[in-house]
Design a protein around this ligand. Structure first.
Ligand SMILES: [Zn+2]
Length: 293
């Protein structure tokens, strides 16, 4: 049976069609920023048509993962500041359009689910998945299942204040983790429009401004992960998102800073994501498969 997995991002959407865990096709298209919901439904309909064309029978189910605040239980895209929607009953709209069961999920929580099943969270009972990209968000995965919170708001680690009265954040507060340690913040704080990975590479050569920005980002991340560890006691912390591609340039300094902030206990293991930018779309397929059980 064919499953549709669809990952909606702020600038592009990517999808996979799978049969029995084998990928039949992958597709991507730009997010329609003028009409994001219409764009999602059109893309999903094209994927359903493609599935039928390739296999001769309709897809069995679809999973759609979305950015922002998502209420999985209600099937609602509650809010995305980036895409400008509020309270969209996307599960019902997609199910009506496609004529098959549809599950929806939050992008980072669903990425955490995929890491739990197929990636760096395998064999870890409880772990924290932290996605560091344009923003920073996390998923707490408990016994293999991401914890959504009461109304879909869990995991906003990027807006925990790490530098009181610090830099202003888009959320309205000051000193949030995201304003120091996201890829966008690293680019902005360094200046000269350099991508975060270039700032990190420059920091390794000892360039003073890049080193200062990267050092502060690492300190802020270590502060947040230490707080999360003290509060949650995860078995491991899986770092995903675009910044995880820095690999040891991120993990080594972070791993060496964490123990000093955890005076009376050991630090959890830090690892990078194994599924990289495919985590959310693979999670979307897992959500779709669960509709058939
Ligand atoms: Zn904030």
């Amino acid at each position: 049976m064919t499953l549709i997995g669809l990952d909606v991002g702020g600038t592009s959407m990517k999808a996979e069609l799978t049969v029995d865990h084998q990928i039949l096709a992958t597709e991507s298209c730009p997010t329609d920023r003028g009409d994001p919901v219409g764009g999602i439904l059109d893309f999903a309909a094209r994927l359903a048509a493609r599935a039928e064309e390739l296999t001769g029978s309709p897809a069995a189910a679809a999973g759609i993962v979305l950015p922002g605040i998502v209420d999985e239980a209600a099937g609602t895209a509650v809010h995305s500041a980036n895409l400008g929607w509020r309270d969209v009953p996307i599960r019902r709209l997609a199910a009506e359009r496609l004529g098959i069961p549809v599950a929806i999920g939050h992008d980072v929580r669903t990425g955490g689910l995929a890491e739990a099943e197929l990636g760096a969270g395998r064999a870890a009972g409880d772990f924290l998945f932290v996605a560091i990209g344009t923003g920073i968000a996390a998923a707490l995965v408990l016994n293999g299942a991401p914890y959504p919170g009461t109304s879909g708001w869990s995991g906003e680690i990027g807006h925990i204040v790490v530098r009181p009265k610090g830099e202003p954040c888009a959320c309205g507060n000051r000193g949030c983790l995201e304003t120091y340690a996201s890829a966008a913040a690293i680019t902005r704080r360094h200046g000269a429009d350099l991508p975060a990975e270039d700032v990190i590479a420059l920091a390794a050569t000892g360039a003073p401004r890049a080193a200062a920005v990267w050092n502060e980002a690492l300190d802020c991340l270590a502060d947040s992960l230490a707080s999360a560890t003290l509060f949650l006691d995860p078995e491991r912390i899986v770092i995903g998102g675009g910044l995880a591609q820095a690999g040891s340039a991120l993990l080594d300094p972070l791993s060496s800073r964490l123990p000093g902030r955890l005076t009376f206990r050991s630090a959890p293991g830090l690892v990078t994501s194994e599924l990289h930018d495919q985590a959310a779309v693979k999670g979307a397929t897992i959500l779709a498969s669960r509709l058939l059980n």
